[in-house]
Ligand binder design. Structure first.
Ligand code: ZN
Ligand code: FE
Length: 267
């Protein structure tokens, strides 16, 4: 795509810190990803003089689909692409793992990747050098396991982490600063993580997004992509004992559980 532009639109701020992503071309046509709310999307489309081309949805949660109805009403006939899930009633096309989704304008070709874990039918879209990961992979974190097992989520994250390192990760929430604080508790000596934490804090202090971020950087800093790294093996071994910590699914499950408890303690 020529001179494409990625625009994170902050939405539902204060409650969930969602990002709705717009991918626009130089001709002013834009894809809309996970519009949890319609108003900020309409504002941004108007402010940037963009015409909406289609909506891509990663999963059924209201903070990702809540604005779809109002957007279709305002822009009738717009295609809405979604996973196979009866809970997403507004979809005009349901896509499966491995399916290609092509748009003529803006010119973009996406591959659908099934990533169960956060929800059973969660999908990600990979194309145009960009990964729309919804609530599966966050910067320096991952989604909570509402409908999947640790083994499923780990397999999903493995697939995303295997994409090219220069892929730009666009995820559904601005959680990076809190994620770095947690990650430093289990991976304290990771210099890349220390730098990411400082950078994220500086960006947020200026009310700027910490996203998108490259997958290469995520592989270096995200503890959920680093369950095989010596530091994470050691931290898990210290908590669970050497024998259980030999199993990478067990390490992932331990880390996800620790994060859930950490979050609960913050609230
Ligand atoms: Zn979600
Ligand atoms: Fe979400």
């Amino acid at each position: 795509m020529n001179a494409r532009r990625l625009i994170p639109v902050p939405a539902l701020t204060g409650m969930t810190d969602n990002y709705i992503w717009l991918l626009a071309d130089s001709g002013g046509r834009a894809l809309i990803v996970d519009p949890g709310d319609a108003a900020p999307v309409v504002d941004t489309l108007q402010g940037e003089r963009l015409t909406p081309a289609a909506i891509l949805l990663t999963h059924h949660h209201p903070d990702h689909v809540g604005g779809v109805g109002a957007l279709i009403e305002r822009y009738p006939g717009m295609e809405v692409i979604a996973p196979h899930d009866a809970r997403i009633v507004a979809a005009s096309r349901h896509v499966l793992d491995g399916e290609q989704v092509y748009f003529a304008t803006p010119q973009a070709d996406f591959e659908v990747i099934a990533v169960p874990g956060h929800t059973a039918s969660h999908i990600a879209y990979f194309g145009a050098g960009v990964l729309f990961a919804g609530d599966t992979l966050f910067s320096v974190g991952c989604g909570r396991l509402f409908e999947g097992t640790p083994a499923q989520m780990l397999a999903s994250l493995d697939r995303l982490a295997a994409l090219p390192g220069d892929t730009l990760l666009c995820c559904g929430h601005e959680y990076t600063v809190a994620n770095c604080a947690f990650a430093l508790g289990v991976d304290a000596d990771n210099v890349d993580l220390q730098q990411r934490s400082a950078q994220a804090k500086a960006l947020r202090a200026r009310s700027e997004a910490t996203l998108p971020v490259s997958l290469a950087q995520e592989r270096a800093t995200n503890p959920f992509l680093r369950v095989d790294a010596p530091a994470l093996r050691e931290a898990c071994g210290a908590a669970l004992g050497a024998e259980p910590a030999r199993d990478r699914v067990a390490r992932f499950a331990w880390l996800r559980q620790l994060k859930d408890e950490y979050r609960a303690a913050q609230q």
